[in-house]
Design a protein around this ligand. Structure first.
Ligand SMILES: O=C(O)CCC(=O)C(=O)O
Ligand SMILES: [Fe+2]
Length: 413
C-alpha cells in the first residue's frame, strides 16, 4: 500500500471499468505509481476500513491485489475447486505471494509468458496462495504443465503447487469475507465469549514468559507447546485422564486466582482448572479450525495471550463438527475455497488479554487462528512481528459430555 500515492476521485470515468457495482459503501480512488495507472478500491463497513483492492495494469494486463478482507462480494470473482476434472482458464497457485516476498507483479510476470492474464487475485488471506486468471483455457493448461511441481527460478526457486480453479457463483448462504474484526466480546456477539483486556500487567507477562522459557518445549510441526496437569495428545485430540502430570505450576497461581474472582466470568469460582497448554506461535503461524473436544474438557476454556497479538476467527458450521483434525499440523484444507458452509466472526486478541470461551462459543463454534504475518484490524494493519504465546486453561472432563449441542459433540455421536 505505502508506495501508492492516491487521491480520492469518487466519480471518475474509471468507475465504469470496475467489475462491481459501486455502492455508497465504497470509495473509489485513483492512484498513480510513476506512470502506471492504478485503481484503488477501499471498502468500508460503517466508517471502518475493512478491505482494499488495488488493480494495476502491468504490461497491458490488469493485476488485482486485495488487502485485508477480500472484496469478493457484489460480483467480484470468487474461486473454488472444480468439480470432477474440469479444465479452466483459472489456476490456483500455492507457495508464492506477498507473504513469501513475491509481489503479485512478480508472480504475474512468470505466468504471463503462457498467455494473456486477466487478473491475479489473492486466493485467501494467507498471502501465499494466488489465483491466476487467464483469458484462454489453453494458457492455463500450458502454465500448469510447465510450472506445477517444479522449482521456479524467477520466484526464488520455489516449487509451485498448481491446480485448476473455477469461478464460483455467488450463492445465498455463502460465507462473506466481509467480517469486521471485533475488538470486544459484546461486538462479536457469540453467546459465551468474554474478553478482558489487560488481564495481567506487562511485568506479569514478562515473568510468565520467563517461566515457560526456562522449561522444556515440545516441538510440533509449526509451533512449540508445553502441557501441565495433563498432556493433550494431538493424535487423539484428547487427554489421558489416568496420567496426571501433577498440579499446575505455581507461576500461574495468581492468574488462576484472578480468573476465579473475576466478576465477568460467571461460575468460574466453582471450577478448578487443572490443565494448561502453553502454545508458542512464531510470527505468521496460526492454528487450524477446531472445537476443543467436548469429552476432553469441561465448559470453560480460558486463553491468555502474551507477547504478540493475533486475530481469532470463530466459525459456526451448519452441519456440525467437521472431521477431527490434528491441530498440531498445518493443513492445506484451510483455504477459503474449501469450506463455504459456515458463518464467521473475528475478534482481535491483544497481548495480556484473556479470552473465555464458554457455552455455545465453546461447544458449537470452531476457533481458528489464521496463518497471517499481518492482520488487518479494521482501519489498522497489525504486523505479527513477534511470537505469540498463549496459556490455555481448561478443566479435564471425567465422564461424557451432555451439552446442548449434540451435532458438535463427540460424546453424543
Ligand atoms: O492460542 C490460543 O489462544 C488458543 C489455543 C487453542 O485453541 C487450543 O490449544 O486448543
Ligand atoms: Fe482450542
Amino acid at each position: 500500500m505505502s508506495p501508492l500515492l492516491y487521491r480520492e476521485k469518487k466519480h471518475s470515468a474509471a468507475n465504469r471499468a470496475l467489475p462491481f457495482h459501486l455502492s455508497s459503501n465504497f470509495k473509489l480512488c485513483t492512484a498513480t505509481q510513476r506512470t502506471e495507472p492504478a485503481l484503488l478500491c477501499a471498502m468500508f463497513s460503517s466508517s471502518a476500513l475493512i478491505g482494499i483492492q488495488v488493480s494495476v495494469f502491468y504490461e497491458k494486463h490488469l493485476i488485482t491485489q486485495s488487502f485485508g478482507n477480500e472484496i469478493t462480494f457484489m460480483g467480484l470473482p470468487r474461486f473454488g475447486r472444480p468439480k470432477n476434472d474440469e479444465l479452466s482458464s483459472n489456476l490456483y497457485v500455492a507457495n508464492c505471494g506477498p507473504a513469501v516476498g513475491l509481489s503479485y507483479e512478480t508472480v504475474a510476470s512468470v505466468f504471463c509468458k503462457f498467455g494473456d492474464v486477466k487478473g491475479v487475485y489473492a486466493a485467501d488471506e494467507s498471502g501465499t496462495r494466488v489465483i491466476i486468471s487467464y483469458f484462454e483455457e489453453s494458457s492455463a493448461q500450458a502454465a500448469l504443465k510447465a510450472l506445477d511441481g517444479h522449482p521456479c527460478p524467477e520466484l526464488g526457486g520455489r516449487s509451485l503447487h498448481i491446480r485448476y480453479s473455477v469461478l464460483q457463483p455467488n450463492s445465498e448462504g455463502r460465507v462473506s469475507d466481509l467480517v469486521p474484526v471485533s475488538l470486544t466480546a459484546s461486538d462479536i456477539n457469540i453467546p459465551g465469549i468474554y474478553l478482558v483486556h489487560d488481564f495481567i500487567s506487562a511485568k506479569e507477562e514478562e515473568e510468565l514468559l520467563q517461566a515457560v522459557d526456562s522449561r522444556p518445549w515440545k516441538n510440533l510441526s509449526k509451533r512449540r507447546v508445553q502441557h501441565y496437569g495433563y498432556e493433550f495428545c494431538y493424535d487423539i485430540r484428547n487427554v489421558n485422564i489416568r496420567h496426571c502430570l501433577g498440579e499446575l505450576p505455581s507461576f500461574v497461581s495468581p492468574i488462576l486466582e484472578r480468573i476465579s474472582s473475576f466478576p465477568n466470568f460467571t461460575n468460574a469460582e466453582n471450577i478448578v482448572l487443572d490443565q494448561l497448554t502453553v502454545n508458542e506461535y512464531p510470527p505468521g503461524v496460526g492454528l487450524s479450525p477446531h472445537i476443543d473436544t467436548h469429552s476432553a474438557f469441561e465448559d470453560l476454556i480460558f486463553s491468555l495471550s502474551l507477547a504478540g497479538p493475533c486475530i481469532m476467527e470463530f466459525r459456526r458450521y451448519e452441519n456440525g463438527d467437521r472431521l477431527p483434525k490434528d491441530s498440531s499440523t498445518d493443513t492445506k484444507l484451510e483455504s477459503s475455497e474449501d469450506d463455504l458452509n459456515f458463518i464467521k466472526r473475528v475478534i482481535y486478541l491483544p497481548p495480556r488479554s484473556v479470552l473465555l470461551m464458554s457455552g455455545e462459543a465453546r461447544y458449537a463454534w470452531h476457533h481458528y487462528i489464521p496463518h497471517h504475518k499481518i492482520d488487518v484490524v479494521n482501519d489498522r494493519v497489525i504486523r505479527r512481528a513477534s511470537r505469540r504465546v498463549s496459556f490455555t486453561f481448561r478443566k479435564v472432563r471425567v465422564g461424557a459430555c451432555n451439552c446442548e449441542f449434540p451435532q458438535y459433540c463427540d460424546s453424543q455421536r
